[in-house]
Design a binder for this molecule. Structure first.
Ligand code: AMP
Length: 216
């Protein structure tokens, strides 16, 4: 099965994706993570996209679709993908649709995390990512402890685009470009709405129930 996890920046997509990956053996396709890796490694692609990412704007569709195509065409991940942060506009929706057909796969469901703007802001400003294992924590809601995190706390860092100014830009970009894509998936009867303001484990329970119902 292939799943799209949809929602505004800071909705908790990364956290829920990690749970889904762990429990359902899916492979994560988080275009934001892929870009951050390129930026961290100072690759040509990283240098080209850094400014756009730091300003909360969308990176070109061509770059994004190339990144996704590499994974979709890999048979190791056939029909077991979870998309986080992709697709992000109507052009990417169409491209994904075409790629799915080309590689004889399909989207099983779109899980949309509904979260208000105030919660998003709090979540983003408290967010910490471990540069060693990639796990995501939140200073206020889900702090890293010795129970849930085995790496040294020195590896916990804040994303460079997690600041007040960029949050507003990212949210506006989401409203203008990304939110409209939901209509496409609604028409295809693939859309499931999730209450994304609940506690992390309660959100995951909603998600898990939907995925399990699709498997049976
Ligand atoms: P994220 O980690 O999903 O919040 O993405 C961080 C940033 O990476 C975004 O603000 C964009 O600049 C860029 N990005 C991630 N995914 C995409 C995408 N599908 N299309 C365009 N830009 C993206």
């Amino acid at each position: 099965m292939n799943i799209i996890l949809f929602g505004p920046p800071g909705a908790g997509k990364g956290t829920q994706t990690d749970y889904i990956v762990k429990n359902f053996g899916l492979h994560k396709v988080a275009t934001g993570d892929l870009l951050r890796e390129e930026i961290k490694n100072h690759t040509a692609l990283g240098k080209k996209t850094k400014h756009t990412v730091d300003n909360g704007l969308l990176v070109s569709d061509e770059i994004i679709n190339d990144l996704v195509a590499k994974i979709l065409s890999d048979n190791n991940f056939f029909n077991r993908l979870i998309f986080d942060g992709y697709p992000r506009n109507l052009y990417q929706v169409k491209s994904l649709d075409l790629m799915m057909k080309k590689y004889q796969q399909k989207i099983s469901c779109v899980l949309s995390l509904n979260v208000d703007k105030e919660t998003i802001s709090k979540r983003i400003l408290g967010r910490q990512t471990c540069s060693m294992c990639g796990l995501i924590f939140n200073k206020h809601y889900n702090p890293a402890t010795t129970k849930n995190h085995s790496c040294d706390s020195k590896y916990l860092h804040k994303r460079s685009d997690d600041n007040e100014k960029t949050i507003i830009k990212r949210y506006d970009t989401y409203l203008e470009k990304t939110l409209p894509i939901l209509d496409f998936y609604k028409e295809q009867k693939l859309l499931h709405q999730i209450d994304g303001v609940a506690k992390i484990d309660q959100i995951y329970k909603q998600i898990r129930d939907i995925i399990v119902s699709l498997e049976t």
